[in-house]
Structure formats: structure tokens, C-alpha cells
Design a protein around this ligand. Structure first.
Ligand code: ADP
Length: 596
């Protein structure tokens, strides 16, 4: 992405604050004018004092007048400068912060519209995305300030100082003018040399923050296996590469900085020598005061140009991060397909016909799947782990779209359904459900934000959670993240009861529940299956045999389908799983124990 493209993209974020930009620019302009005052005052003072000393009728009154004027002018200028500097910094920073806020919000809102495939794609891991967004916002908002606020006044100040130098003497002006391009050239070479390393640095930063996130998320596994050293070493390799890169960047920067400093000093020396020569040779208009005057003006020319390096640096960083950032912000291909069909009522009959599906990473998970799922019945998906059961649910929830084939709900293609409306009518309970920061009540209310307290309590009762929560000191106001795995599972089930949708997908909903809770939840689910479509994925054989229809899956294929008893009689994968479950349950011994 080139600079102009970046600026064009940034522009829409700046427009709402154009008055703030204008105000800051005005302050900075006045600031760059007042910056020249010292040079002018010094020039006049030296000459005025020079003309006073060595004269026979030296008068203190004249000297006092000069000193008074200098004091008033310089003090007045400092007061003005302080006010201007405050205004410039305050309004400039305010604009940067506002733009930064708008950019962050825009990217968050955009990301929320993305389809699931975006989040599971390679390179979009949470830590990487976070770094890309944070660094993108920081560097782009800095560019806004650099470009729309700092750059223009800086050049004005430099040009003004240069014009004053030319006005004082053409040769002095020319000398300064020769140094400037040299300075630009070095700055440009420096930026060019650094840009490759910066790109690498971006990738290192993304990997680093993703690594830290992974460690925090899996800390209990790391500790239980004593793998602290290994995890530490994994990060060390990255840190070393990052450090190498940083050292290279710094070395290059310092070398170029030294070179620029040298060129600047050469410029100052040349100007001193030239002006001294002109004064000594009695060049018209040249006096001792001009030596200081020219040196100060030259520093006014070089100071802003020195700052240019910082702006170049920031801008190069922005160019590196802008790509990743605007890729997210401007991407429409990652947007979730919305659809517009909103029927009055959903019956809940799914027809899946010849569906193939491949995950974004190229993993083909489903092959030629066909099945019917009817309302008023419990349909169970059976199969070994990785068979594709959850993937089918993902497709039915419109998280992903099939590669080929069709999925219809009540005869209408799922693609045509208004996505939000569809999900409003689907309750999804997973094996591991996300519990948000906040109270148990808030977490249950996620199923229906407008539910009353009484409704929340009722849902908790249906999920067999109520008694346990009431035993806690803060009851429903307890932090939900403190609950045990099984209790969190019930929060998720309560959430679904509160949502009360006509379609329910349960992906191993009782996996982390004890036997008593499993039985209770099973009863609750049986009670709500009336007039609803319920799909259950379970390894729990008692749940499976109670379902009305089962589909047995193997390696992404539907192997068998029908009533559980009929399918069992056919043999095949279902019988294998069923028999293995019975053996692992030790059914014979259980039967013996029960009969004693
Ligand atoms: P099941 O629910 O039957 O255990 P899944 O539907 O979760 O199986 O997985 C089916 C296949 O798809 C597996 O090979 C799994 O590794 C793969 N898979 C699941 N989720 C993803 C994903 N987000 N990206 C890539 N592959 C995935």
C-alpha cells in the first residue's frame, strides 16, 4: 500500500475533526513565525550594543532602552509561545486520540460482521489480530497527526527561515539551500534501508503477542506437564530474532543519525566562516550580529528537517501496519452473507442435499452429506471424534457455507435467510461454552437481554442450576467465571432455555456434567423437544438410544441413518460404537450390581 492510498483511506477519519485540524494548524503556524523572533532580536541587539560600546559619549539611558525593549519583546514572545504550544499540543493530541478511537471502533464493528472463516483462517489467530489492530491504530493515528498537523508548519518554518537567510545575504542562503537536499537524501536512504526490517518486525510482534496469549490460555497444561522450560525456549528463539532485528535497526539508525548530525554541523561551520568572511571584507549590510543571526536561522532551517526523520519513521511504520489494518477495515469478502428471508414462523425442517465442505485451511471435513432433520424429534449425530458432526452443526447455523450441495430450512435455502433472524431462532449449546466476564445472571441473560429476573430464575431452574447458585454467598450476582466446568455448562443450557428457540443444537451438552446432572438435563431436553427441532451430538449412549433418528458419520461421510434400533441391527459403525460404549460402561457388572 503506497502513501497516497494510506492517506486517502485515513482521510475519512479526519473529516469529522477538520475544525480541530484547522485550529491546530493555525496555532502551529503562529508558532513557526514566533520561532524566528529570537534570531531577529539577537541580530538587532548585537548590532545596537556594538554601536553603543567604544563610542565616546556612551549613554546608559540608550543602553537601558535597548535592554527594556529586548526584555519586553523576548518575554512577550515566550508568553505567546507557551500559549501557542499548549493550544497546539492539546488540540493536536485531542484530534489524534479522537481519530484513534474512531479507527478502533470502526475495525471492531467491521470484524463483528465477518464470517467465521475469517477467524479460523491461518494468520488470524487472536494474538496476531490484536497486534495488527492495535499497532495499526497507533501508527495510523500518528500519521494523521504527522501529516495533517506537523508537516505543513514544519516546512513553513524551514522555508521562512530560508527566505530570511536569502534576504540577509544570497550566498548565505545558497549555502543553507545546498545542505538541505543532502539532508533529505540521507533521510530518504535511511528510511529505505529500514523498511524491510520493519516489515519483519511486524511479523515478530504479531507472533510474540500470540505466543504470550497461548501461554496464558494453556497455563494449566504447561504446568501439569512441567513444560515451562520448553515453552520458555520457544519464546526465546523468537525473542532472539526480534532482538537481532531491533539491533540492526538501531545500528542503521544511529549511523545515519551521526551522518546527518555531521552534515548539519558542517553547514553551521560553513555559514559561520562565510558570514565572518563577509563581515571582515566589509560586505554591505554585514555586521557582527549577522553571524549569530545566520547561525540561528540555519538551526531553524535544520531543526524541522531533523524532525522529518521521525515523521518518515512513523510513516514507514504506518505503511507496514496500514496494509494489515485496512485489509480488515475494507474487506467485504470476509463479510457474513446476510440474506433477507424472515418467515413469520419457523417450522424447523432441514434438508441437507449432497453437501461437501472444506475448512479455510483446506481441510475437507464433509463429503456428499445428505440428511433430513424433522421438527418434533430428537436427531442424534453419532461418530468418532473428527467425523464431522460439529461441522454439520456449523453449517446449519450458517457459520460456514457449503462448497457444493444445498441446505434448506422449511424449503428455503439457508443462504436466503436473514442471518441474524436465523440465529435468533437457533439455540446452540456447545461442549465448552464461553462464559463472559460478569455475574451469573448477566451470563444467563445473554440468551435474552430483555428477560426479567423471574425469567432468569426459571431458566436456571430448568437447567438444574438454581439450587446450586442459591447456595453461593452472592447468589445470581456471583462472578460466572468462578463456577465449575459443569456449572458453566448449565449456565449455557439456562441461556438456551431463556432464549427459547424453535431449533436447538446440542453439541455434547452434558460432556462435563456428573451422572445426576446428566440425567436431569436429559429430562429437561426431553421436555422441550415438543414442536422443536433438536439435534444432539453425544457420546453418551443413553442419550443416543433415546433419540428418534440417528445419523452415524465416519470420516465426513454419512454411513447410516434411521431409528436407533434399526441402525443397530444393520451393524456397521453405529454398532461398533454402541458395543464399545456398552463394554466401557461395564454393563454386565452394572446389571449385576443393580439386581443384587
Ligand atoms: P466431530 O464433531 O465429529 O468430532 P468436527 O466436525 O469437529 O468433528 O471435525 C471434522 C474435521 O474437521 C476434523 O478433521 C477436524 O480436524 C476438522 N476441523 C474442525 N474445525 C476446523 C477448523 N476450524 N478448521 C479446520 N479444520 C477443522
Amino acid at each position: 500500500m503506497g502513501l497516497w492510498e494510506v492517506l486517502r483511506n485515513i482521510w475519512k477519519f479526519v473529516v469529522p475533526y477538520k475544525w480541530l485540524v484547522l485550529l491546530t494548524l493555525t496555532f502551529t503556524f503562529i508558532g513557526s513565525l514566533t520561532a524566528q523572533v529570537n534570531a531577529v532580536v539577537l541580530d538587532r541587539t548585537v548590532d545596537a550594543i556594538n554601536s553603543l560600546i567604544g563610542v565616546e559619549n556612551f549613554a546608559w539611558s540608550k543602553a537601558a532602552r535597548i535592554l527594556t525593549i529586548i526584555t519586553i519583546v523576548l518575554l512577550g514572545k515566550e508568553v505567546l509561545s507557551a500559549l501557542i504550544s499548549f493550544g497546539q499540543k492539546y488540540f493536536g493530541e485531542r484530534m489524534r486520540i479522537m481519530v484513534s478511537k474512531d479507527m478502533s471502533q470502526a475495525v471492531i464493528e467491521k470484524m463483528l460482521t465477518f464470517r467465521m472463516a475469517f477467524f479460523t483462517a491461518n494468520g488470524n489467530e487472536p494474538g496476531k489480530l490484536q497486534t495488527r489492530i492495535n499497532r495499526g491504530v497507533d501508527s495510523l493515528s500518528m500519521t494523521v497527526k504527522n501529516f495533517f498537523i506537523d508537516l505543513l508548519p514544519m516546512f513553513t518554518s524551514a522555508i521562512l527561515a530560508l527566505v530570511l537567510m536569502f534576504a540577509a545575504n544570497v550566498y548565505v542562503g545558497l549555502t543553507a539551500l545546498c545542505i538541505v537536499p543532502l539532508y533529505f537524501l540521507i533521510t530518504w536512504l535511511q528510511a529505505k534501508k529500514l523498511s524491510g526490517w520493519r516489515r519483519q518486525m511486524r511479523s515478530f510482534h504479531e507472533q510474540k503477542s500470540n505466543g504470550i496469549m497461548n501461554i496464558i490460555e494453556s497455563i494449566n497444561v504447561i504446568k501439569s506437564f512441567n513444560r515451562e522450560r520448553i515453552e520458555g525456549d520457544k519464546q526465546l528463539d523468537l525473542q532472539n530474532r526480534l532482538t537481532d532485528n531491533q539491533m540492526q535497526t538501531r545500528k542503521t539508525s544511529f549511523l545515519f543519525d551521526g551522518l546527518k548530525s555531521f552534515v548539519e554541523q558542517i553547514g553551521t561551520v560553513l555559514i559561520i566562516i562565510l558570514t565572518a568572511y563577509l563581515v571582515l571584507s566589509g560586505y554591505p549590510g554585514m555586521s557582527i550580529g549577522k553571524i549569530m543571526y545566520h547561525v540561528m536561522l540555519f538551526s531553524n532551517v535544520s531543526a524541522p528537517i531533523k524532525q522529518l526523520q521521525r515523521i518518515f519513521d512513523d510513516m514507514n511504520e504506518a505503511l507496514v501496519y496500514a496494509e494489515g489494518f485496512f485489509e480488515i477495515l475494507d474487506s467485504d469478502e470476509d463479510k457474513e452473507p446476510l440474506g433477507s428471508y424472515k418467515p413469520e414462523k419457523i417450522e424447523g425442517k432441514f434438508e441437507i442435499r449432497n453437501v461437501d465442505f472444506t475448512y479455510p485451511n483446506g481441510n475437507k471435513a464433509l463429503h456428499d452429506i445428505s440428511m433430513s432433520i424433522s421438527p418434533g424429534k430428537i436427531t442424534a449425530f453419532v461418530g468418532l471424534s473428527g467425523a464431522g458432526k460439529s461441522t454439520i452443526v456449523n453449517l446449519l447455523d450458517k457459520f460456514y457455507e457449503p462448497d457444493s450441495g444445498s441446505i434448506t430450512l422449511d424449503g428455503v435455502d439457508l443462504k436466503d435467510y436473514d442471518t441474524q433472524f436465523l440465529r435468533e431462532n437457533i439455540g446452540l449449546v456447545l461442549q465448552k461454552n464461553h462464559i463472559f466476564e460478569g455475574s451469573i445472571e448477566d451470563n444467563i441473560k445473554y440468551g435474552n437481554p430483555s428477560a426479567t429476573h423471574a425469567e432468569v430464575l426459571l431458566a436456571a431452574k430448568k437447567a438444574y442450576l438454581y439450587d446450586q447458585v442459591m447456595a453461593l454467598p452472592e447468589k445470581f450476582q456471583t462472578k460466572a467465571t468462578l463456577l465449575s466446568g459443569g456449572q458453566q455448562q448449565r449456565v449455557a443450557i439456562a441461556r438456551m432455555f431463556l432464549k427459547n428457540p424453535p431449533i436447538i443444537f446440542l453439541d455434547e451438552p452434558t460432556a462435563s456434567l456428573d451422572a445426576v446432572a446428566t440425567e436431569q438435563i436429559k429430562n429437561s431436553i426431553d421436555a422441550i423437544k415438543q414442536n422443536r427441532t433438536v439435534i444432539i451430538i453425544s457420546h453418551n449412549i443413553s442419550q443416543i438410544i433415546d433419540s428418534d433418528v440417528i445419523y452415524a458419520l465416519k470420516n465426513g461421510h454419512v454411513e447410516q441413518g434411521g431409528a436407533p434400533d434399526d441402525v443397530y441391527k444393520q451393524g456397521g459403525i453405529y454398532k461398533e460404537i454402541f458395543d464399545a460404549s456398552a463394554r466401557s460402561l461395564n454393563v454386565e457388572k452394572i446389571a449385576r450390581t443393580l439386581s443384587e
